[in-house]
Structure formats: structure tokens, C-alpha cells
Design a protein around this ligand. Structure first.
Ligand code: PRX
Length: 632
């Protein structure tokens, strides 16, 4: 048996011994009493009785060995700023932010909502929250007022931390107006809004509620704020993610399990070493940003690159320039970004010295073989696909290079990671399927450390959504299709639910449908994700107008489509904007009224429509075909 297979087998057969060893990778203020409490399945409580703190593990504990080494390297090609913070400087900033949060009344267990662009202050705010035992909820800066309001109402933050604006491709994206709108839409009101002023956009302040962050920080310049030691299972953060309903789910993460899982993954999956440099191109609004911009690298004692900008400005060599300049050892990105780079001059890949780079990790969406080949040959470095979810917080499937250099197979993210008992089930019968047969990818409980503890405020939804979806089984469903070959390598074949993946951004088609339906002229709408060569998938909408006379000619349809796209932009954000809105007279549904999204998707992608025995009105499919054939 290979080294890795033994490692994996032991993690499942002797989970307590395995994870006790891993728990030594982080500091505990009070030792762990029990490694795993699985007495109330499917809930798993890891490292019970142990007390720790994420900020201590990410920052304070490195001070004796590396106070003057880089911890946070900020590069913004948007504002042309580069600034490095050592661990000592990061510690100082985080203490100031923690003091500000405390002075504003933030207590252990309170929520701090962070709606910010990629600036160091966002990371100070995250680390400051967990330092004082508060729970952060970072909302992606690309989301607009409605998305933000839903999250404000669910998380009920005492404080919101935001900034005047983000910047994308040289264009300022003002935040404050959207934030004010979101607060007006929400029923919950935060006590304070802390605003970071980058000098990019106006930020009208509401007296009494809104405070200038820099002024607050100045009042606590020399502050020292002790870490609040949390029991391992106390929450560290909430991160919202899309699912089958229009209501995003607050993925709740614990403290000790997450710290251990990240420390272990940095060693076993990424092969990261203290003193090295890690560059993840994600955004703090997504799970990759939480785990591998902020917590993972810092817990491992690595410097983390925080990048604001696109992969192609000022030119397509910017990321390779960063690798050379900061001697980056590990890079993490998404397949869409690589497909964007593939359109650039390949000579750019060789312009810089990449000798420090050990490997490029890619995740978030399927990695197609041509892209994988292009980048691995172009860089001459291993390209490591890895598959996971917001819910799990760290890779489910990968080739853990820190344990053994397993061969890569193009098209496969690899084998099950240690701690994960990955299985495949038949969607209808719930029977476990063998190798080389397509099934739903599921994980037999207990989930390993670091995975979601529950859905914020809704244990029942957690159990019903994730653990009751494979018929007759109580296993965690990933809602992805997959297949396993005889070597134990998995291939991921897309989602089983209504979630789509646009440029690595996970979006719920229902949320987009709800937004479009709020247009007064729309009676009904179906949104599906269809294959796209660059972005992996794009959203397409088929809408039924309330008044069919309002969309009879091309000019009317174009006007209505424009209104709908603007509406989605303003409610959800441009990330959720469908690439097209087509108009039809009727949508394909089953006789019981269920939208046949998979059928619509098949037609859009030019595939067979599949089993149509339950369809109410088969002519609806012709309308979809006709709409696709019509230009506007
Ligand atoms: O469908 C899978 C896809 O992205 C989903 C999870 O997205 P998110 O919660 O945003 O977490 C991303 C963490 C990297 C999965 O259910 N997905 C993620 N990684 C891969 C993938 N699909 C294929 N290959 C991957 N490597």
C-alpha cells in the first residue's frame, strides 16, 4: 500500500489518534479533552474542551520566531500600492482593530459583518473579530444591496466594517450607497458602521451610526487586546453560500477544528513551510479567501499575498512578476483565471524567474484538460487540481503532495483527502455505486475537522439539506456528480442541484430567478447554467412576460432584457448577471408544476432533452429552441 493510502486509511480507521497528532500543529491554551464527540450525529464536535484562538495561531504565536518577517504582502494593481506588513506589524494593526471593535461594544459571540474590497484593513478586521471571540461574516464585495440585506438579516451583526469603494480594471466600484440601501432594506439595524476611507469615492456618513475607521484606530494606537480563548466548538465565522433555495445558507465554522484542519492541509496538501510565501488570487468574500488567503498561510507561519486586481493588468505577466518579486512558493487560483491568461502571449509565462514556485493549485470549478496542460507545460511546475466546497473549508479531493507525490491525472482533482470517507450513490435508489459508475458524491460522517458545524441558526436545515438528500442514507451530500476510477481517482461531473458555477463563483439560480421575478413586467422565469468556454458556465434566463404584447418585437425585447440585467446588477451584483434573457410564452414544467431546468439546460447545450414523460406541455421546449435561435 502506498504511503498516502496508509495515511488515508489510518485517518478513517483511527480518527481520534490521527487527529490528536494533527492537533499538535496548533497552540492550545487549554488542552483538548476529547478528540471527537460524535454522540449526536450528524453533528461532529472536534477537540472538545480544548481552548484556542484563530488570531493567536495566525499571528501571535509566530512573534517569537518571525516578528520581523513578512506576514501580509499587499499588492494592488488598481491603486498601484504595494506594502508589506511583518508579523509584528500585523499584530499591531490587529490589536488596534480589536480595540476599536471592543470599544464599540462588540462582545464574544457578536457578529461583525465585513463588506470590503481586497485591502489589508479587511484582514485586520477579520483577525480582530476572531481575536475577541466575535464571529465574522464576510460578504463578497461584488454582491449588491439585496444580497447584502439578506445576509444582514440572517447574521444580525452588531457592527459592519466597510470601505468607500473597491476598484476593478481601473474602475471605481462605490460600496457605501449599496451598503446604505442594504441597511435600509434589512429589518435588522447594525449599531455601528466602520468605514475605511480609501479616497476613491464619496461616503456619506449617517451621524451616530457611521464612524471613520482611521479616526477610531488612532484612538487605540498602542492598544493591546488579549485573545479570547474559545472552546474548540465555538463559532469563528459564518460564510454565506448559495444552494437550491433563494435563501443563502450561513455556513458556520468552529474554531479549533478549523485551525487544525488548515494547519494540517498546509502541511499535507500544499507542502507549505513556515517562512515561505503563499499567493492565493481569490477574494476574502469566498471560502478560498478565508482558508487560503487569511487563515491557512498565516497559521502555517507563511507570508500571504493579498492581491487587488485582475490577472491581466497592467499585463498578463503581473502574477508571475509577483511570484518573482516576493519569492512565492505556493500559488492558488481558479481555472477561469488560467483560461483568461491563455488568451495572452505565452512568452509572458517565461518573462519572470519562477524558481521559487513549487506548485500551482487550482480549484473552484472543473479544470479542463487543455487548460491544465497549457499551464503546467508553460510554467514547468506541477499543477494541482483540488475539489472542495464552502461547506468543507478545505480540500475533499486532491493529491496531498506533502504526504506523497501521487501522479496527477488530467481531468481528476485526485483521491479522497485524509479524514474524508468519500462515496458515490445512485441518486434515485440510494445504492452505493462501484468504480467507473456515475453517482452523487457524498461523505460518510462524521465530517473531518474544519467542515461546517451547522447552518447558522438552523440545525434542522443543516440536517435536512445535507444529510437527507441521498435516499435512505444519512450521508453528507456534496450535490456534485462524480465517478471514481480503479485507482481511487475521482472525476467531478457537475452539480446535481440548481447551483451554477460562473468563473468559479458559486451562484444559486433560484436567487437570480427571484431577482428577475421582482421586475413588474415578468410573470415567471427559469435560470439555468450553460457551458461556456471561458467562464466554465454562464447563466441564461428564459422569462415569461406578464403582457405578451410587451415583448413582441426585437426592440421591446432588447429594452426589457436591459431592464432585467440592470435589476439583477443592482440587487445581487454583476457577478449574478445572466449573459442573456430570452422571452418565451410558457416554460417547460412537469404536470405537478416543477420547472424542468435540467431539460432546458440540455436543450441550450445542444444535448438530448432526456425523459419527457412528465412534461405538461411539450411545445414549451420548441419555444426554448426558437428563443435560442432568435438573435434578440
Ligand atoms: O461543484 C463543485 C465546484 O464548486 C463547488 C463548490 O463551490 P464553493 O462552495 O464556492 O467552494 C469552492 C472551494 C474551492 C463544488 O460543489 N468545484 C470546486 N472545486 C472543483 C469543483 N468542480 C470541479 N473540480 C474542482 N476542482
Amino acid at each position: 500500500m502506498s504511503t498516502y493510502r496508509q495515511f488515508h486509511a489510518r485517518s478513517l480507521q483511527q480518527p481520534e489518534a490521527f487527529w490528536r497528532e494533527q492537533s499538535a500543529l496548533v497552540d492550545w491554551q487549554e488542552p483538548v479533552q476529547r478528540v471527537l464527540d460524535a454522540s449526536r450525529p450528524p453533528f461532529a464536535r472536534w477537540f472538545t474542551g480544548g481552548r484556542t484562538n484563530l488570531c493567536h495561531n495566525a499571528v501571535d504565536r509566530h512573534l517569537p520566531a518571525r516578528a520581523d518577517q513578512p506576514a501580509l504582502i499587499y499588492v494592488s494593481t488598481e491603486t498601484k500600492t504595494e506594502k508589506t506588513y511583518t508579523f509584528a506589524e500585523l499584530h499591531r494593526e490587529v490589536n488596534r482593530y480589536a480595540a476599536v471593535l471592543k470599544a464599540l461594544g462588540t462582545e464574544r459571540g457578536d457578529r461583525v459583518l465585513i463588506y470590503m474590497p481586497m485591502i489589508p484593513e479587511a484582514i485586520f478586521a477579520m483577525l480582530a473579530s476572531v481575536r475577541i471571540g466575535a464571529i465574522h461574516s464576510v460578504v463578497f464585495g461584488g454582491f449588491a444591496s439585496h444580497s447584502l440585506a439578506t445576509r444582514i438579516d440572517d447574521a444580525r451583526p452588531r457592527i459592519i466594517v466597510s470601505a468607500d469603494a473597491g476598484s476593478r480594471s481601473g474602475k471605481t466600484v462605490p460600496y457605501k450607497g449599496l451598503l446604505d440601501q442594504a441597511i435600509a432594506l434589512a429589518s435588522h439595524a447594525p449599531e455601528h458602521v466602520l468605514m475605511v476611507d480609501r479616497g476613491l469615492a464619496p461616503m456619506p456618513m449617517t451621524p451616530g451610526r457611521d464612524l471613520d475607521c482611521a479616526a477610531q484606530v488612532r484612538q487605540h494606537w498602542d492598544a493591546k487586546v488579549d485573545c479570547v480563548w474559545l472552546e474548540s466548538n465555538e463559532p469563528s465565522y459564518i460564510l454565506y453560500t448559495s444552494g437550491t433555495t433563494g435563501r443563502p445558507k450561513g455556513v458556520q465554522r468552529d474554531t479549533g477544528g478549523y485551525a487544525v484542519a488548515l494547519a494540517a492541509s498546509m502541511k499535507h496538501v500544499f507542502g507549505g513551510e513556515a517562512g515561505g510565501t503563499y499567493f492565493s488570487t481569490s477574494d476574502i468574500g469566498w471560502v478560498v479567501g478565508h482558508s487560503y488567503i487569511v487563515y491557512g498561510p498565516l497559521i502555517a507561519g507563511m507570508a500571504t499575498v493579498v492581491y487587488e486586481g485582475t490577472p491581466i493588468r497592467p499585463d498578463g505577466a503581473i502574477w508571475w512578476r509577483i511570484i518573482e518579486q516576493y519569492r512565492v512558493n505556493i500559488m492558488f487560483s481558479a481555472p477561469t483565471a488560467i483560461r483568461v491568461l491563455k488568451k495572452q502571449d505565452p512568452a509572458l509565462l517565461r518573462r519572470h524567474d519562477l524558481s521559487s514556485l513549487q506548485a500551482l493549485f487550482l480549484a473552484g470549478e472543473p479544470l479542463d484538460e487543455p487548460t491544465a496542460r497549457w499551464i503546467s507545460e508553460g510554467l514547468g511546475k506541477p499543477v494541482v487540481d483540488n475539489y472542495w466546497q464552502t461547506e468543507t473549508g478545505w480540500p475533499i479531493i486532491a493529491t496531498p503532495r506533502g504526504v506523497e507525490a501521487l501522479p496527477a491525472k488530467f481531468g481528476s482533482p485526485g483521491v479522497a483527502c485524509y479524514g474524508y470517507d468519500v462515496r458515490l450513490y445512485d441518486e434515485i435508489t440510494g445504492a452505493e455505486v462501484g468504480n467507473n459508475t456515475k453517482g452523487v458524491v457524498a461523505i460518510a460522517g462524521p465530517l473531518p475537522p474544519g467542515c461546517m458545524s451547522t447552518i447558522w441558526g438552523d440545525d434542522e436545515r443543516f440536517v435536512n439539506t445535507y444529510w437527507h438528500s441521498v435516499p435512505g442514507r444519512s450521508v453528507y451530500s456534496t450535490f456534485d456528480w462524480g465517478i471514481r476510477d480503479d485507482d481511487g481517482y475521482f472525476f467531478i461531473l457537475g452539480r446535481t442541484d440548481d447551483v451554477i458555477n460562473v468563473a468559479g463563483h458559486r451562484l444559486g439560480t433560484r436567487e437570480i430567478e427571484e431577482s428577475i421575478s421582482s421586475h413588474a413586467g415578468i410573470a415567471e422565469v427559469a435560470v439555468v447554467g450553460i457551458a461556456d468556454a471561458l467562464k466554465g458556465q454562464v447563466a441564461i434566463a428564459f422569462a415569461v412576460a406578464r403582457d405578451p404584447g410587451a415583448v413582441t418585437d426585437a426592440a421591446q425585447r432588447a429594452a426589457m432584457e436591459g431592464e432585467i440585467l440592470k435589476l439583477v446588477d443592482s440587487q445581487l451584483g454583476a457577478v449574478a448577471r445572466p449573459s442573456r434573457v430570452h422571452f418565451v410564452g410558457v416554460l417547460p414544467k412537469t404536470r405537478s408544476g416543477k420547472l424542468l431546468r435540467r431539460t432546458i439546460q440540455a436543450i441550450c447545450e445542444g444535448r438530448e432533452a432526456g425523459d419527457l414523460t412528465t412534461i405538461e406541455d411539450a411545445s414549451a421546449l420548441d419555444q426554448i429552441r426558437q428563443a435560442l435561435a432568435t438573435k434578440v
